[in-house]
Structure formats: C-alpha cells, structure tokens
Design a protein around this ligand. Structure first.
Ligand code: ACM
Ligand code: ZN
Length: 767
C-alpha cells in the first residue's frame, strides 16, 4: 500500500497539526486519560508489526491506508522496530473476548494490543476514526483505551438480487462495515427478480435467471421501464469478495432463499416448480405464489447440489437458507406435494396447516444436509411456523417476537427487526423530498434506541441473542450512491447498538460524536444522508394553553431564524431564542445560519387551526396495533400528515371504526366538519366507508347532523390523501361525536377481498 500511495504524499501533505478526538463511534468501553505529553503522529511515524504474521502485516498496511485517506500521509509498515516514536501492533492481550483490544498512547509510543488479530484491527479502526482529518500531523493525547464488543454477531445484509451491485461496490460496502466494527456480511444472492451467484452444475440459473426483462416503476405502479436489468457474480468473483471481507475480519454469510423467492431459479429449471411453468424472472416487487415443489425429490437434489457449490465458495460455518414469505397455494393443489404430505404422515393442527409442516420438513432436511457437511443454518423467523429445525438459528425480522420465541425455545437468534433496522425504510417524515423508498419510517434515533436483548428474556435466554443486524433490501435502491445514502448514518447507530455497552448509550451524546464520523464519510467518498444536521423541530400540542409549543434545535448549535408567514427565513427574520407558542394558522419556516450563511435545509410546516383545535378529545374505539401513536389528541393538534401514514401524524383503525367525542368546552356554533384519509390500497388502507357526526349538550343524548355512506372505493393502485368536507346548517352544541367507519369488506379485485380495510385519519376540524 505504501508504495502505491507514495506519489500522492507530496501532493496533499499539509503540515498543519490537529488534535485527535477519542470520542468516536462506536464509543469504546473505557477511555482513560493518562499523564504525559501527547504523541505526535507524522509521516515519519512507522507502523511496526510482528515479523512473520501476515494478518498483522496487513493490519499495519490498513492503518497506513486509512491514515492516508484521513490525513494524506503515508506511514511505512515494517516488522523492524526502531527505538521509539512508532505505532506498535501486538498480540497477547488477555481477554476472553477475542475481539478485544487496548490502545495505549504515550509521548513515545502508540501500542495497539489485541486478543487476536481481529482485536488489533478494531484498535486500528478506533485510531483511524480519532485522528484529525486533513492535518498532516496529529497530536494524540496520552490515553489508555480498553475496548471489546458487546455482541459477537454484528451484521448488515445487502440484497444484490433486486438490484445487482457491482463487485467494486460490494468491496466498498465491506470497507464500510469494517469502519463501523461490523463483522458479518449477510449476502442476499437469490430472489424472484434475479439469481446472482454462478452455480456450475446449473448454468441456466444465471444464463436465464440473472436477467429480468424490465422493472416496474415506483411502488408497483402499472408502468414498467422497458429496460433489462441483470448481473451475477462468477465463482471467482465470489471467492475474491469473501477473501476481501475475511482480510477485514468480516465473515460472509451467503443466503440462498428457499423454497420461496425462487422465480428466477424456476425460469431456468421449471421442473422444480409445482406447475412446471413456464416461469419468468419477476419484474415487479412482492411475494409470489410460485415456489419450489416440496413434493419432488428432484428439488432436494437440486438444492443440495447448489448448496454443495455454495459451501465450496463460502467457508463460513453459517449458510442462510431464507425461508421467508412462502405462500402455500401451489402446495395445496400440487399432487406431488400432497403425496409427500401423505407419505410423511404430516397433519395440520389448530396452529399450522399441513403445508406449513411441509415447509418445516423441507427446512429440516436441508439443515440435516448442511449439518452433515459441518455447517449450520440461519433462517428467517417464518421457520418458526410449524416445527423449528432442531439446530437452526433464527433471524427475527417481523419485529422482535420471533426472536424472543426462538430464544425461549433455546435457539440462537440474530435480531434484525423491521421496526428498528430495515434501512430500506424512509429515514425522514418528509418523504416528498426523498428518493422513492419501500415505505416505513425509521429515523436515526429509532435505530439508536434498538435493544437486541430485551429485558423480558431470562439471562440465559438473552445469551442466545448472538447479536444484531440491519438489512438493506434494494427494490428501490438501484445505485451504490443510493445504497450508501440509505445506510449512512444509520449504520453508525447500529454500530453502537451492536458494539457498545447499553448503559453507555445516550443518543444526544452520540449526536455530538457523529460529525467527526460523517466528515470521515466525506473524506472516504461515501454518500450519506444529512437530515440529522437540519433544524429539528419539536411540535407539541398544549391542551392547557390551547396552542402549539414549538422548539427548534440543531446539531451544530448554529443560530436559527424563522418566519410564521411562509416567507423564506433570513438573518433578518425572528431569531429563535427558546420555546414559543403558535395560536393561529401559520406557515412555519426555519433554518440554521452558520457563520452568517444558510447552513441547513429549510424546515417547513403548515399549522391549520380550527374551532376544535386543542379541545379535549376522547376516543371511544381502539386504534390498530402499531398505528395509535399519540392517540386521539393527534386529531386536534393543527398538524397534518404527509402521504406517509407511519410518521405519527395519522392514526389507523382496522376492523374497527374511529369514534371520538370532541368537547368544545362551551356551546359552539359549527357549520362544517373536515378530515382527510390516507389511501394506499396496496397496504390495505382504503377511504372511509361512512361518516356520522352527532351533537349533544350533555354528552349522553346525541343528535345526528351528518350521515354519509359510500365514500370512494376506486380500482387498484390507488394511493392518495383524500380531503372530505361536509357542511350543514349552523348547529350549536358543546359535544361533537365523529364516527369514521373503515371499509368492512375490501372489494373483489383486491388480494384481501372480503376482509376489513384500514382507515387512516390525520385531523378532524370543526368550524
Ligand atoms: C424479509 O424481509 N422478507 C426477510
Ligand atoms: Zn409441489
């Protein structure tokens, strides 16, 4: 490395001095200041590794490479010790945790001692994140850092099947894992929309299965882009990537997702599907009925042959066999699958159908094959349906529940709940300015709040939680730049969740340490999301003062200026000096001004008051699980939702109606009621079926003033915020009861036909 960069040294070496900052991410367990002068790190400093240890030599070269990125200097890596002023890499730290390290800085020496070479590598990561960026000389204050990870499994999954990602990016992604002390790369290689791994015995997997003829536009809109999309990794490329990761102490775990998500494989090998095909590589997103036939013995041979080649490419103990989202409709009708069920004597019970148990049989059989070859399986939490394969590790993605259940059964668990670590979800509520994502709402703070080993488990059960992982599904992520944008800085939060001790976690402290890391992202050429640097607004309805309390903050503590009339904020606008209240309609805009210049995006929010704003409101029905947010008060807070129904501005009901009583506190004349519904039929969210408004002066006997049925039920792919407005003769009353009914049966054309739809409402205004 040093030879490679020698020319660059002259060009960019500035001789300014900066100070190291050990308050890095992930926060080390113990940072102790030590008496004495700082160590001055310069281009003359050598990195010394133990003679004859190739991994330690590579570690030394990594440090040199990293400091070149950060400081523009190149340190010589050598196994020949000089007397002093050097960085020494050493082994032999006594610690049960194999990834532990100690970093000791004194005036004359920097010593990184690891329990293993991996530990030394993490000490190197700490040092490279602590040095000042852009200065050719670093002053490292004397310190002793003792550090070790909380969890042994710290992972990120990359889906290269929905969108193929080039080899160069996969390597850059692995560099990113290393920077965040992540040690597992879960590589999702096969999908309905593309098979991306060369299997020599089955060439059609990639010849036909790696290419789809086109891709749907947006969230499964009716339109397609007409552009073929494809790509796969040769076995040679796979080996190269696995080795690249291994050098950085990252274990690559391949996933062959079976028996569902197999449309691409079936395209080349239709004989392993229940119907025999023909099949086509999927061009839209979702879960497809076409899965592998579990009644055909040939399917098992097919899978075992594929997995044999997979094992040759991937030395890791774990092979991920998927198992998620396997519709059973083909199996229910397939003579071979039904014959297999009969042959095995499989029966359904009140918990699971016989087809669920057929999947358990298939999973257990694949597990036995891999166990016999010295490997272990990981499966998505659906493998809990039916009977869990005896030695399986469960990857909990549908929230934490599956993982909790598996740990209680004594199985190992990796927590990857979609509620905390699905990095394909939106990271801001303001989705209008974002590249299209799959949906969801997962801001940085939510990721940071993730606790992988919940208190509800016993200490022994908690011991089965191997660690945490984030997943990056790429349906809506076509490019490396966008992948980076979705990963960063959320991966920084994950890193602290998986590495640091929970009692040290503090989101606001984390935020103070973040700029140093995002500056490094910039230096290293990564694209990252900057929402965390924008003006953050806390908008709290205050039912005592009948107004909205507004608080602003910025990470950088720059002055904030704001307006209330919708005009662009400038330095002559109101300067924010502390919490204020808004009592009337307002169009709030706010921005930070660092050094007198606009330095953030402009925050913008429209407040629309009505006579019912901040009036006491009582809910007489129950919101849907996960969609109640702040409850009824959000319906009278003057704040409106965007098209994203998960941000907390909308409240949702399913199989129940929204029923509230608003107490106007005194008889009040009202002539209209307004509300919006958020409709996303693809997510089972429809417009209201019926609206009833009743009035009362004693909150006991009510009189109906509005009753409207049959609001819109349009055709498929309907996604909109729908405004409803009902006017009536002036009516004076104290209590207004509003009932907004959810659609009780979804229409014939919908996949959920006959079942109850959701209804989502953001505000009810009476005027
Ligand atoms: C998954 O998100 N289907 C594992
Ligand atoms: Zn079948």
């Amino acid at each position: 490395m040093s030879v490679l960069f020698a020319g660059a040294l002259m060009a960019c070496g500035k001789t300014t001095t900066g100070e190291a900052n050990y308050q890095i991410i992930p926060l080390p367990q113990e940072i102790s200041n030590v008496e004495g002068q700082p160590f001055m790190l310069t281009s003359a400093t050598k990195v010394v590794y133990p003679e004859g240890n190739e991994m330690m030599k590579r570690n030394a070269e990594f440090l040199s490479e990293y400091l070149h990125i950060s400081m523009g200097i190149v340190l010589e890596a050598t196994s020949t010790a000089t007397d002093d002023k050097q960085i020494e890499l050493a082994l032999g730290l006594e610690n049960d945790n194999k990834e532990a390290y100690r970093l000791e800085v004194t005036e004359n020496k920097v010593i990184i001692t690891g329990a293993t070479e991996a530990g030394v590598f993490y000490g190197i990561q700490t040092l490279r994140k602590a040095v000042p960026l852009g200065d050719a000389i670093a002053s490292l204050a004397a310190v002793t850092i003792n550090d070790a990870p909380r969890f042994g499994y710290r992972g990120v999954m990359l889906d290269v099947a929905r969108h193929y990602q080039p080899v160069a990016f996969v390597k850059k992604f692995i560099d990113l894992l290393a920077m965040h002390n992540i040690n597992r790369f879960h590589w999702h290689l096969t999908e309905d929309q593309g098979w991306r791994i060369e299997i020599k015995q089955y060439p059609k997997l990639t010849e036909l299965g790696s290419m789809r003829k086109e891709t749907v536009i947006g969230n499964n809109s009716p339109e397609y882009d007409g552009k073929p999309h494809g790509g796969f990794y040769t076995q040679e490329e796979i080996r190269e990537i696995v080795a690249y990761a291994q050098e950085r102490y990252v274990t690559t775990i391949p996933e062959i997702d079976l028996p569902g998500h197999m449309m691409a494989a079936l395209t080349g090998y239709p004989e392993f599907g229940c119907t025999g095909g023909p099949y086509e590589v999927a061009t839209s997103w979702g879960v497809f009925d076409e899965v592998l036939c579990a009644g055909n013995e040939g399917t098992y041979t097919f899978l075992e042959n594929i997995l044999t080649e997979v094992m040759e490419m991937f030395p890791a103990e774990y092979i991920h066999i998927g198992g998620d989202e396997v519709p059973k409709v083909r199996w229910e009708e397939c003579p071979k699958c039904q014959a297999k069920i009969k042959e095995l004597g499989i029966k359904g019970d009140d918990k699971h159908t016989k087809e669920h148990y057929l999947q358990s049989y298939l999973t257990a059989r694949i597990e036995r094959f891999l166990n016999d070859n010295g490997r272990r399986i990981i499966g998505w939490d659906e493998i809990l349906e039916g009977e869990l394969a005896p030695n399986a590790t469960v990857m909990s993605w549908q929230g934490m529940g599956g993982g909790i259940q598996a740990a209680q059964m004594g199985h190992d668990v990796i927590m990857t709940p979609n509620t905390y670590v699905y990095f394909d979800y939106y990271q801001t509520a303001n989705t209008e300015d974002e590249p299209t994502a799959i949906g969801g709402f997962l801001p940085l703070e939510k990721v940071y709040s993730f606790e992988p080993a919940p208190e509800s488990l016993t200490p022994e059960q908690r011991g089965h939680i191997l660690g945490a992982q984030a997943n990056l599904w790429t349906e809506y992520i076509p490019t490396p730049e966008q992948a980076e944008y979705m990963l960063l800085p959320r991966m920084a939060a994950l890193s602290e969740v998986a590495w640091s001790q929970p009692e040290k976690k503090d989101y606001y402290n984390f935020l103070t340490r973040l700029p140093q890391l995002t500056d490094l992202y910039s230096k290293a050429g990564y694209n990252f999301a900057t929402h965390v640097y924008d003006v953050q607004a806390k908008l709290e309805p205050n039912f005592q003062t009948n107004a909205l309390d507004v608080e602003f903050s910025t990470l950088a503590d720059s002055p904030i200026y704001y307006t209330l009339d919708g005009s662009e904020p400038t330095k002559s606008s109101n300067e924010y000096v502390g919490k204020f209240t808004v009592k009337e309609d307002a169009k709030i805009k706010a921005a930070a001004f660092a050094n007198g210049k606009l330095s953030s995006k402009i925050f913008s929010e429209e407040i629309k008051m009505s006579k019912s704003s901040y009036k006491p409101i009582t809910m007489l029905s129950t919101a849907a699980r996960g969609y109640s947010f702040n409850g009824a008060p959000l319906l009278v807070d003057g704040l409106y939702g965007s098209s994203n129904y998960k941000t907390g501005r909308w409240i949702g009901f399913q199989g129940a109606d929204l029923v509230v009583v608003i107490d106007m506190l005194q008889p009040t004349e009202i002539t209209e009621v307004k509300f919006n519904t958020n409709v996303v039929t693809g997510d089972w969210i429809f417009d209201a079926e019926e609206v009833i408004v009743e009035t009362s002066n004693d909150n006991e006997t009510f009189e109906t003033i509005v009753s409207e049925k049959g609001l819109n039920v349009k055709e498929e792919h309907w996604q909109d915020v729908v405004n409803h407005e009902f006017t009536f003769d002036a009516t004076t009353a104290r209590y207004f009861k509003v009932t907004i009914k959810s659609l009780s049966e979804m229409p014939e054309w919908h996949s959920g036909k006959g079942r109850g739809a959701y209804v989502f409402v953001d505000e009810i205004s009476l005027n």
